[in-house]
Write a protein that binds this ligand. Structure first.
Ligand code: ADP
Ligand code: MG
Length: 697
């Protein structure tokens, strides 16, 4: 099969000479493949196009017509208006673009325009277009003079140099050949494709370039969405295979000798979600496949307890288990919890952090090395090569996003390969999780233990700030503690610092001079941060002024108020994380959002105010911000990871893509079988560049 044909340079296309090929290059269209993938950015349904004669004042109308006359009209107010008279078979109408006299140079008499906008009365009917598309170049004669037939109008991303009608002309002359070439790249067996209800590649591209209906164009999009999700999953499935299938993992023996007494000692029932996740984890651990699983759950959903059960399962078979935390404070917190929960069990919990004195460190290392520490909690200090384990079987990573993949796997890269469980307290929609972490298996705690005090959330305008701080003062008077958080301004770390620092001074000297305040921001060393957090944790501070560096997962049960300044500058998920710092004890808790907003921004904050469900908030965040933003960290190149797939709609396609990709890699990890040659070729030709960042070459 010859892939080179789609990769031939654009000048070999019909109607593309050296000059046009240069201008196509400047648009980023270098090969025939680039042209085929240059898809319309908009589809207009011609059934909504009205005859010009039928257009009524007061309507919002869409019409198509040819420019009869045109010109720039000056007004007394000094505004220059470009006007054109459009004509179709039924009549004529004036179209006016106030303040856009330059259009006079762009548009010619005879051009065919598609125009949409409100119709007003001004010396007769007049449309003021919200948007318009130049469908065809007219009187002067150029290629594509006539608008295409069909009921759907397509508008391509165009430039001044390469306008619509030129692109239209290129497709007119070349589409059939391009479709034939792309047919050679079909990698999905017919029966699989039909089962999924997806068109073949030529049909999909025809639907995208020449749709018979909007639904037709959508079916083409779905096919390309499947392709990109499938190849992303394929690359991740290869990574998963390497990490979990290449070498046999540990087969843990579950005796229940530790798990049962822990279960019986708990003063509460496990939630259904916890029980289900524990079954998944236990299934992985007791099989000979290595576990590489992500556990997602909102703050307080009970992840730490699930981790402890997994660690005890490892210990039952005589293996050690590690819990890795991103800060010393969190490590100490975990160690305290685990020690308390295992008090009645023949289990020793060790702690290894960078802050230990030399003698303590030596002792901790010795107990890890001789196996007397069964469960080990620690920070990055655990990742050092000098740490020797007697029999490491399980690695649990808390707040996994705080560790790089490399760091995460550093502990786990030994023989035999320990099982790995990574935990995240940042709820994200399932579709996004499957996409970002396709190499992992996914477990979700989507249920909070019963009986939590709901946090009350309020929106306040800045002018009510005095009232907000009186409320904070009242809570402190009752013995509670509070946070005030300022946003990070990404452009300037200095600016953040000033905002938080200035406010800290103002609050300490003017607003709450009789209270004990602490300040936390990104410029502090981690020792300084830890010291301040510790003072707050021990009740030596009443109020913590912070930028959003404030620790994820830190548990100060006595803190009951979270004030968030400039709340409109935070993403919803980030607000949710911040709100999760309170409501951790028995007392009623509050979140106060201070923001000067109206309109959409206010709506967004109201969504947040009215729900405490992290997953619902994450879905709203995805809907509002769009997926591009969420890929931020992964997105290096100009090419987005996902061009066609829409994670708010395509979860069904995504699940199918993952299933198919994993099945394929399970039977043929290197894609060497003759029936998979095409899959590999498409991977190279279409996705290799884009998917590099997912770490499989
Ligand atoms: P996470 O790590 O997900 O933030 P934790 O495991 O720390 O959550 O649990 C938060 C609190 O809820 C802890 O005090 C824990 O003992 C308690 N908890 C955990 N599971 C349950 C449950 N099923 N029912 C009641 N309380 C629970
Ligand atoms: Mg936790």
């Amino acid at each position: 099969m010859d892939f080179s044909l789609l990769d031939k340079p654009v000048q070999f296309l019909k109607g593309v000479g050296p000059r046009r090929s240069e201008s196509l290059h400047r648009m980023g269209l270098v090969t025939a493949r680039d042209v085929l993938f240059h898809l319309p950015r908009r589809y207009d349904d011609a059934s909504t196009v009205q005859s010009i004669a039928d257009v009524q004042v007061g309507q919002d109308a869409t019409v198509r017509g040819r420019v009869r006359t045109k010109g720039v009209i000056p007004t007394r107010a000094g505004l220059r208006i470009f006007q054109a008279v459009l004509e179709d078979d039924s009549g004529r109408i004036t179209v006016a673009w106030p303040g856009q006299p330059w259009l006079d140079r762009k548009l010619r008499e005879g051009d065919v325009l598609l125009v949409a906008g409100p119709v007003r009365f001004f010396h007769g009917r007049q449309i003021q277009p919200r948007e318009f598309t130049l469908m065809g170049r007219g009187a002067d004669g150029d290629s594509g003079a006539d608008a295409p037939e069909g009921t759907i109008f397509v508008a391509y991303p165009a430039s001044d140099e390469v306008p619509q009608w030129v692109l239209r002309g290129v497709f007119e002359k070349n589409l059939d050949e391009l479709l034939e070439l792309v047919g050679g790249e079909e990698y999905l067996p017919d029966e699989e494709r039909e089962r999924l209800g997806l068109p073949d590649l030529p049909t999909a591209f025809r639907s995208l370039h020449r749709p018979a209906s909007l639904a037709d164009a959508e079916s083409g999009r779905r096919r390309l969405a499947f392709d990109e999700l499938f190849f992303l999953q394929l690359v991740q499935a290869q990574l998963r295979h390497r990490q979990t299938r290449e070498r046999p993992g540990i087969t843990f023996e579950r005796t229940n000798a530790l798990i049962r007494p822990l279960h019986e000692s708990l003063p509460f029932e496990l939630t259904h979600a916890q029980a289900a996740v524990l079954r998944e984890i236990s299934g992985d651990m007791t099989s000979d496949r290595r576990m590489n699983r992500m556990l997602q759950g909102d703050v307080g959903a009970g992840k730490t307890l699930v981790a402890l059960f997994a660690m005890l399962l490892a210990a039952e078979g005589g293996w050690q288990a590690v819990l890795l935390a991103p800060t010393e404070l969190l490590a100490e917190q975990h160690a305290r919890k685990l020690t308390a929960l295992t008090a009645e069990l023949p289990i020793e919990v060790g702690l290894l952090t960078g802050g230990l004195a030399t003698a303590e460190r030596r002792d901790a290392l010795a107990r890890i090395a001789d196996g007397s520490a069964h469960l080990v909690v620690g920070t990055h200090a655990l990742l050092q090569e000098s740490v020797d384990f007697a029999r490491l079987g399980l690695v649990v990573v808390d707040e996994q996003h705080r560790f790089g993949v490399r760091q995460r796997m550093a502990l786990a890269d030994r023989d035999p390969p320990p099982d790995v469980l990574v935990m995240s307290a940042t709820p994200i929609p399932r579709s996004l999780a499957l996409t970002l972490y396709g190499d992992l298996d996914l477990s979700v705690l989507d249920e909070l233990p019963p009986g939590r005090q709901p946090i009350q959330t309020f929106l306040r305008f800045p002018r009510s700030r005095d009232e907000v701080y009186r409320f904070v003062d009242d809570q402190i008077a009752k013995g509670r503690q509070a946070y005030v958080v300022y946003p990070l301004v990404e452009e300037s770390e200095k600016l953040d610092l000033r905002a938080a620092t200035q406010e800290f001074e103002r609050l300490s000297s003017e607003v709450l001079p009789h209270r004990r305040l602490g300040l936390l921001h990104g410029r502090l060393s981690s020792d300084e941060k830890d010291a301040t957090m510790r003072a707050f944790l021990e009740g030596d501070l009443d109020l913590l002024v912070a930028t959003s560096v404030i620790e994820v997962g830190i548990d100060v049960a006595n803190a009951t108020v979270m004030v968030i300044e400039h709340a409109e500058r935070f993403g919803l998920s980030q607000l949710h994380q911040l709100r999760g710092r309170v409501g951790r004890g028995a007392e009623e808790s509050f979140c106060l959002l201070v923001a000067e907003v109206g309109g959409d921004a206010a709506e967004r904050l109201k969504v947040f105010r009215d729900t405490l469900d992290g997953f619902e908030i994450a879905r709203a965040d995805l809907r509002i911000r769009g997926q591009g933003d969420l890929f931020g960290a992964q997105q290096h190149g100009k090419d987005p990871v996902l061009r066609f797939a829409d994670l708010t709609r395509d979860e069904g396609i995504l699940l199918e893509a993952q299933r198919l990709a994993r099945r394929l890699i399970d039977v043929d990890p290197d894609l060497v079988s003759p029936s998979h040659v095409r899959v590999r070729a498409v991977l190279e030709a279409r996705f290799a560049e884009r998917l590099k960042m997912f770490g499989v070459g």
